[in-house]
Design a binder for this molecule. Structure first.
Ligand code: GLC
Length: 480
């Protein structure tokens, strides 16, 4: 029997682990590709991403230069180099342009629109240089939203066989840009303006939703929510395109996040059967953050971007009340400056109860997941959320608000067979009541708490099922 031809998938993404990750999208892009490469041999999956200064020198010796070309963006002619790197069964292509990517951070510059317009055009240049002609290009969030758009507006003829998937990791960031850069930066001709025009400005996410063959988002509940009220203004567009929308829950990389083998834990690895190591990690964590060594005190933590939709405003309102309880509070994250100052100030005034690290640091995050008792995620909206799943894996019990992927992954133990605590209403009272419940179980029902920890640790948050859902989605496009 002739062997079936592999289906070629090119993931175009603005960040990917282990090279660059500022948040969940980079983790998801990397872990999904690795899982697909390992489990679905009928796919040839590759990734194209910008070559940022942050990892350039570290990986350059292992990279192979494949060639360079010129990319045009309106009146600009821009250098575009392409490098290749194979890692863990996945081939990565990196787009080189020092002017755009030799910067400390991935985002946050005035010319971000131009940088990612260049990158989106460069994806097509990379197809030429690598000779990897994909059946599907899978793009993520506004940074690569221009790929499905350009496929319609600029490259339709030559690449008309390519299908596109656009994944929404967060509706809040839509790539809204001022109209005056429509032609000059985005190179969108007058006849195509309607594609990206929305609510008096350019909206790249809207353009991608309209142009992509399939739109996905990162949990089934979020796929419902964004059609009704969680779409940050794009609800009508999502509803019109609901026929091609689906919600596929993210997984986590269960090999990396494994308390039995995680090198970060040193000799204090542990498992659901033997939780001794978890206690040792708590002690280490308290020492690291200079909190009193208090094995019996419930250690509540937050690992999050410090922005209001993550529920950080709720935390600021109730922290004083929380600190009246016999608990310790730990926070790791960066974000809005006013929040950073607020938490730093609390740490100064309550050094025996509060510790804060204003940073994005996966190693410290790992120590927290292993050593804490409770993780708070009271998000106002949460497309999927990864921290609650990582916390479960390390036996740290999540307290979450019932929204998006949080509701899909965490079930309230007060209602039966749960793996955490869940509250509905977005207010401090609902959150505080839930913290009281958790504290009561932790303090007065030690055995039940340990059972809950074991339950949370035993759940499967791996990628396998969701990777299969993505494979099936790609296959649907193949038959069209
Ligand atoms: C974004 C979302 C988060 C999701 C992640 C990965 O960061 O805010 O909920 O888990 O993307 O898809």
């Amino acid at each position: 029997m002739p062997r079936k031809k592999k289906m070629k998938i090119l993931n175009a993404v603005s960040e990917v682990v282990p090279f660059m990750a500022t948040g969940g999208m980079g983790q998801v892009a990397g872990a999904l590709a690795s899982s697909l490469a390992e489990n679905d041999k009928s796919l040839d999956i590759r990734i194209v991403a910008p070559l940022y200064a942050r990892f350039r020198s570290k990986y350059e010796p292992q990279m192979k230069f494949l060639g360079a070309t010129e990319v045009t963006l309106a009146w600009r002619t821009l250098y575009c180099g392409v490098y290749e790197l194979a890692q863990d069964g996945v081939t990565y292509y990196f787009i080189d342009n020092r002017r755009y990517f030799d910067r400390e951070d991935a985002y946050g510059y005035v010319d971000d629109g131009e940088r990612f317009a260049f990158f989106s055009k460069a994806v097509f240049a990379a197809i030429e240089i690598t000779k990897f002609m994909p059946d599907v290009i899978h793009t993520h969030d506004w940074q690569t939203a221009l790929v499905p758009i350009y496929l319609k507006t600029h490259f339709g003829g030559k690449y008309s066989g390519i299908r596109t998937v656009f994944t929404i990791h967060n509706m809040e960031y839509q790539g809204q840009m001022p109209p005056d850069i429509m032609h000059d930066v985005f190179d969108i001709a007058e006849k195509d303006v309607n594609i990206v025009w929305y609510d008096k400005c350019i909206n790249l996410m809207k353009g991608a939703i309209v142009c992509a063959d399939k739109v996905t988002t990162v949990s089934p509940s979020y796929a419902d929510e964004i059609q009704i009220s969680g779409g940050y203004g794009l609800e009508p567009i999502i509803r019109e395109n609901a026929y091609k929308l689906s919600g596929i829950i993210n997984g986590i990389d269960t090999k990396t996040y494994d308390p039995e083998t995680d090198p970060l834990l040193g000799k204090n690895t542990y498992s659901a059967e033997n939780l001794k190591g978890k206690k040792a990690n708590k002690k280490k964590l308290q020492a690291f953050f200079k909190l009193p060594n208090a094995p019996q005190k419930m250690l509540i933590c937050i690992v999050s971007r410090l922005v209001s939709h993550k529920g950080i405003d709720l935390i600021t309102f109730l922290l004083d009340d929380l600190l009246k309880l016999d608990v310790q509070f730990l926070l790791l994250g960066t974000g809005e400056h006013s929040y950073e100052l607020f938490f730093e100030d609390k740490a100064i005034h309550h050094p025996d109860k509060v510790a804060v690290s204003i940073a994005y640091n996966p190693d410290i995050a790992g120590m927290i997941y292993a050593g804490a008792d409770v993780l708070l995620m009271p998000s106002r909206s949460e497309p999927c959320g990864l921290a609650q799943m990582i916390a479960c894996r390390y036996g740290t019990i999540p307290i979450v608000r019932h929204t998006g992927g949080l509701g899909d992954t965490i079930h309230d133990c007060r209602l039966g067979d749960g793996n955490g605590f869940v509250f509905e209403d977005y207010n401090t009272r609902a959150l505080m009541d839930t913290i009281f419940s958790a504290l009561d179980l932790y303090t007065n029902h030690e055995e039940d708490w340990s059972n809950l920890v074991r339950k949370a640790m035993s759940l499967d948050f791996g990628w396998q099922k969701s990777a299969r859902d993505y494979s099936n989605l790609y296959r649907e496009l193949e038959s069209k």
